[in-house]
Design a binder for this molecule. Structure first.
Ligand code: GLN
Length: 192
C-alpha cells in the first residue's frame, strides 16, 4: 500500500486525508520530523504560508521537509505551492525552496481574491477540472525541468510539475473531483 503524509500544521489538511483514504491510500498526518519516516509521498496543504513556515521552524521541520521533498513525490496546494517555490519575491518567510518556480502570493487582489473556474489540466484527460482559488498565488516564471500543467485563459500559470514535485495554486481537496489526488497517488506509487 502507498502511504501519503499530509503536513498538518495548519490549513486544509483533513480534506486531503479524506480524499486519499477514499482512493485507497494509507495516510499519516505529519507534525514532527519522525512522521516523515517511510512515507511514499507528501502533500503540503493550503492555508497561510507564513503560518505554516513559522510552525515548520518551531517544530524543526524545515530541513527534514526540504530533504524529503528533494527526493520524494511532494505536492503543494496554494500555500503549499508557495512553500515549495524557490522564489516568492521576499525572504521574510521560511520556505523550502525546492521547486524551480517563481510564485507571486495573493496574486488576485482583494476584491476577487476567491473564484472558481473550469480548467483544462494536462494529464487529467478531456474533462476540465473545477478549480477553487482562495486568495491564491500564481506562478510567474518556471525554470529547469518544470512543465506547465494548467494556466488560466489569460495565460497565468496555476499548476506545474517538475519531476516528483507537483504544485497547484487552487484547492483540489475542496471539490468532489479526485483526479489530481489520483494523479499524485500514482506518482507516489510509481516512485516506490
Ligand atoms: N494567501 C495564502 C498565502 O499567501 C494562500 C492561500 C491558500 O492557501 N488558500 O499563504
Amino acid at each position: 500500500m502507498t502511504t501519503i503524509g499530509v503536513l498538518a500544521l495548519q490549513g486544509a489538511f483533513i480534506e486531503h486525508v479524506k480524499i486519499l483514504r477514499r482512493l485507497g491510500a494509507e495516510t499519516r498526518e505529519v507534525r514532527l520530523p519522525a512522521d516523515l519516516d517511510g512515507l511514499d509521498g507528501l502533500i503540503i496543504p493550503g492555508g497561510e504560508s507564513t503560518t505554516i513556515g513559522k510552525l515548520a521552524v518551531a517544530f524543526g521541520l524545515v530541513e527534514p521537509l526540504r530533504a524529503f521533498a528533494g527526493q520524494h513525490p511532494t505536492w503543494g496546494t496554494c500555500a503549499g505551492m508557495i512553500f515549495l517555490a524557490k522564489d516568492i519575491g521576499n525572504d521574510r518567510q521560511p520556505i523550502l525552496g525546492v521547486m524551480d518556480i517563481t510564485v507571486n502570493r495573493n496574486a488576485f487582489g482583494r476584491q476577487v481574491d476567491s473564484f472558481e473556474v473550469d480548467l483544462p489540466v494536462k494529464g487529467l484527460g478531456d474533462e476540465p477540472f473545477h478549480a477553487v482559488f482562495i486568495r491564491a498565488p500564481i506562478v510567474t516564471a518556471v525554470a529547469g525541468e518544470v512543465q506547465v500543467l494548467a494556466a488560466l485563459a489569460d495565460g497565468r500559470i496555476v499548476a506545474a510539475q517538475s519531476g516528483h514535485l507537483l504544485a497547484t495554486a487552487f484547492h483540489p481537496e475542496l471539490t468532489a473531483d479526485d483526479r489530481l489526488h489520483a494523479y499524485f497517488l500514482n506518482m507516489a506509487t510509481q516512485a516506490k
